[in-house]
Each structure stands twice: as structure tokens, then as C-alpha cells.
Design a protein around this ligand. Sequence first.
Ligand code: FAD
Ligand code: NA7
Length: 547
Amino acid sequence: MEPDTSLDAIVIGAGFAGIYALHKLRNELGLAVRCFDKADGVGGTWHWNRYPGAKSDSEGFVYRYSFDKEMLQQWSWTNRYLEQAEVLEYLNAVVDRHDLRRDIQLETAVTSVRWDDSLAQWEVRTESSKVYRSKYLITALGVLSEPNTPEIPGIEQFSGQVVHTSRWPDGLEVAGRKVGVIGTGSTGTQFICTAAETAQQLTVFQRTAQYSIPSGNGPIDQEYLDRCRSNYDAIWDQVRNSIVGCGFEESTVPATSVSEAERTRVFEESWQRGNAFHFMFGTFNDIIFDPAANLAAADFVRDKIAAIVDDPDTARKLMPSGYYATRPIANKGYYETFNRSNVSLVSIKDNPITRLNENAVVTADGTEHEIDLLVLATGFDAVDGGYKKMHLTGRDGTPISDLWNETTAAYLGIATHQFPNMFMVYGPNSVFTNLPPGIETQVEWITELIRQAETRGSAVVEVSETAVRAWAQLCDDIANASLFPKAHSWIFGANIPGKTSRALFYFAGLGNYRRVLADESDADYPNFTFHSDDHTSLEREHASIPQ
Ligand code: FAD
Ligand code: NA7
């Protein structure tokens, strides 16, 4: 089949990142762009994750794009946090407003991508064996897109349904059913709170107890919307200069600098206010750095669990014991849910699952926990999962999985050596933040880099290996100065058996991250090489400055 050579850029993924990349590259730079997604609708995360209770845990006023000022004034939402359907509707509206749908090709899984050095182009092959070539490749594959599905012995004997939360089929109801759920991360806890309301019986299989902070979710009114709308310039300014980009000022006060009574007062105020990011970053500034501060926050949550949960044994099982240092989890009434008579908790740390039989989950103590629906809220092969799944090869046929075998890394989370003209949105080592402002930051920066390449008539833009390694090291160093690596979680790849655990994010905050990006572009991209149009000579127009 003849390749389609009509495109300047190919975007893979039609979530927040891919939609914006298509808009910037096509509508602003005037490139010929096509966006592929294997899903049958746009929206990425919000297309795939339709489980009961799916919602944002960033507050709605900052879980959106900032670029479309008119839309910020017009678009409404109903609760402090956004329901899955609301985000999906919003993203579809963005696609239509900016006339993007005609260049989005759905139900198109990209199965292999190859850099062709002789043509200085990317060759993209889809599941239906169609081949496309383009100068630029934007991978917007999503940090939480590739499901982690554990193998459970006996699954083939189970007569009920097994479903991963990120592949929830339309129309699947939990009402009146005997539901088992494995996983108590952000997803599992959201599902548990909602499913408990209608399931006949909900059995929660918990491996690691989590710190769940009240979200404070509830309806918002017109006054709230008006306040957001009239303050948006200031809101985005604050977000872009903050650490986690969640729309509140991070604290500058160490927990260890105040009395125990004052600490308790501040934690209580945040607990009542709601928002898990606020509890971790808005109360004190040392919770993820200082073990004593972390212990104070953790003890506060444990005391709450003891006070909320009626059954002492259930309360004991729900109490987390390690550092409070995973991505914060927020729910409305998570611990309260375990006081319901139709909800039971099984600690599979103490009593592991051994197998499924025809109608039950069997645990090591021999108990058969009867269910007819098993929900896997077991998370994702985060950040690089989608890259490794796609057969992606760079210069000299180097597979990305080989390049990342030792160190999964990308300079600024955006580019890696051996993969010229390929720009990742939220590749490894991107900034740890509320994602939409992080995504906008990256897409805007990538757009400017491509604009530069086009203005210079460059055929190839490539980052130096030195820069990639130095950035990954910096991300490790920053992470290692915090308590984050001490908790077992997907933000270090530690949730996937066999995956090397290392910093998959830059933890110094959005404000600092944006300054690093600005320094790179203001200094005329010292860590990138722009090769001339005569790609065979690979003549350097631009010297790379090793760090
Ligand atoms: P995605 O939305 O994941 O989109 C990636 C797309 O790429 C997918 O549609 C996928 O089908 C497609 N794709 C991947 N590989 C291929 C391929 N080979 N071929 C074709 N298509 C491909 N973040 C926050 O900041 N705040 C929140 O409150 C929040 N809540 C979340 C709740 C849930 C349940 C989940 C799972 C994630 C949440 N996140 C949250 C993270 C969320 O993923 C991001 O906020 C954001 O939606 C990511 O957008 P994206 O475009 O980068 O990736
Ligand atoms: P997470 O945070 O990775 O949580 C996954 C959960 O599933 C967690 O409780 C895991 O326990 C559990 N898990 C994973 N594998 C197994 C196996 N094999 N057996 C038992 N339990 C298992 O994913 P989420 O989807 O909840 O959240 C990801 C992000 O999405 C989140 O941060 C938001 O941004 C939205 P463990 O803790 O590993 O013991």
C-alpha cells in the first residue's frame, strides 16, 4: 500500500494533549496534521474511564484549558469536581469549536512507528496496515492510558464479568449486584464510594491501605462560576507559577515550625475545606520532605479513620502505615462507606487472593467471597506503558524500549535523543502537576520549537543525549530529596512488577518547570541541534552545548 505523504505532522492520541496539539499545529502553524486515536471517540482518559464515580480530583475551575478565553466565560459545570461525562462533553465541545474533528481519525490504533533516516521522516503504521509519513511526530499517548491487568488464577472459570475500570462498557450497572473490587487507589476509592450506594454487596479487596482526604465535593452556584470567570487571568497566573497547579496557594510554613495544636488546627481546616492536593501542599510545605511533618499528617488521617469507622477491625485494616507520599487521593465519604452494611473489606495483604472459582474470589484462608462482577481498579502501566506497547523505533532502528531499558527519560519530558522530530506530551520526566496546565505548557513550547525549525528551514531537530541524561538525573535528585520515592506508587513505576522504579516526573513544580522551558528557548535551544535541509549531510546549524 502506498504511504500517505500529505502530512507534516502526526499526533497520536486525542485526549487533552492531542486535541490541543492538533489545534496549535494546524490552526496556528498552518501545518497539515492528522490525529489518530484507537478509541471510538475523542477525550482520552475521559472517553475510556466510565466507571461509576469517575470524576476529576482537580477542581473543575482549573481542570480545563486556559487558552480559549471565550469558552472560559461560557462553559458551565455543576460540582466542585467534574464528572467523567462533563469532561467528555467539554472536550468534544473544544474539538467542535476549533473545527478539529475533520482531522481526527478514530478507531485507528497505531501499531508501529519508525524513523526513516534516509527520508528524515516518521513512518506511522496503523492496525489496518495503512502507512503515513510525516516530518513531525507528536506522541500524546497519555500518562494513565495503558491498563495494568493482573493475572488471577482461575479467571477462566469465573461465570461473572471481569472489567478493568478504564475499559468500563456502556450500560454495565452495579445496582443490585454482588460486586468485588480489587484496588483502592484514586480510581478504586472513587468507584467504591459510588458503587456502595446501589450494589447489593460490595467486597473491597485491599492490598495497601491509602490516605483518602475529603474532596469537599458538592454543587457550585452561579456566584461561584461568576467569581471564577471574572478572576481567570489571575487564576491562571497563579496556577502557572505554582507547584501543583491546583488553584490554591501552596503553604510556605513548615509543619515542624508550629505547635502540635496549630498543626491539628491547620489539618482540620483543610480536612473540612476538602481537596487532597490542598491537604498535602496547602497546609504545610514540608509534608513530602520531612518525615516528622509527614508523620503528623499521617497520624491526623489515622485518627480520623479511627473516629469515622465503626468497626475497630475494619478501621485497623483501613489505616495506612507507610509514608503519606503517593499522588493524593480525594473522595467524598470514603471511610464512611465502610460503615454500610453492604460493604465489606478484605485485606489481601494479610489474606491474599489465591484464585477465582465459578462465583467467588477465594482467599488464602479458604473463604469464598461470592461475587458476580469483579472490578479491577488496578491502575496503569503509567507514563511509558503506551510507548513500549507501540513498536516505536528511532535512528538505526533503535526500539524505544531498548533506549529506555535502563533509564526511562526524556529531556523536559518532551524529547529524547535517537528520536528526532518526535515530541512527547507528558513523556517521562514531565512536571508533576494538575495536568491541563502542564499539558498546555508543553504543547505551546513544542509548537514554538517546531515554528523555529520551520523558520530555519531545518529538516531535523534533535535533543542531545547529555541533556536527556542530565534532566533525568535532576528529576531523580529532586525526587530523592523528598519522601515520594519511599511510597510504592505508579508515579515511580513501582506498581508494575519488574518495572524499574525511578522518578517518572519532575517534582519541582510547574512554575520552576516553566522557567526551565523559557530558559531553553530564550537561550536559542542550546540542548537541541537543528540539522539543515540537506539531511544527508546532517550539517550542524546549531551547536549543542553539553551541560
Ligand atoms: P489521555 O487522555 O490518556 O489520552 C491518550 C490517548 O492516546 C488515548 O485516548 C489513547 O486511546 C490514545 N492512544 C494511546 N496509544 C495509542 C496508539 N498506539 N494508537 C492510537 N491511539 C493511542 N489528571 C489531573 O490532573 N487531574 C485529575 O483530576 C485527573 N483525574 C483522573 C482520573 C482518572 C480516572 C484517570 C485515569 C486519570 C486522571 N487524570 C487526572 C490524569 C489524566 O490522564 C490527565 O488529566 C489527562 O486527561 C491526560 O490527557 P492526555 O491527552 O495526555 O492523555
Ligand atoms: P493506582 O493508584 O495505581 O492504584 C491501583 C490499585 O490497585 C492500588 O490499590 C494497588 O494496590 C491495586 N493493585 C494493583 N495491582 C494489584 C494486584 N495485582 N493485586 C492487588 N491489588 C493490586 O491506580 P488508580 O487507577 O487508582 O489511579 C491512577 C491515577 O488515575 C490516579 O493517581 C489519578 O490520577 C487517576 P497497591 O497500592 O499497589 O498495593
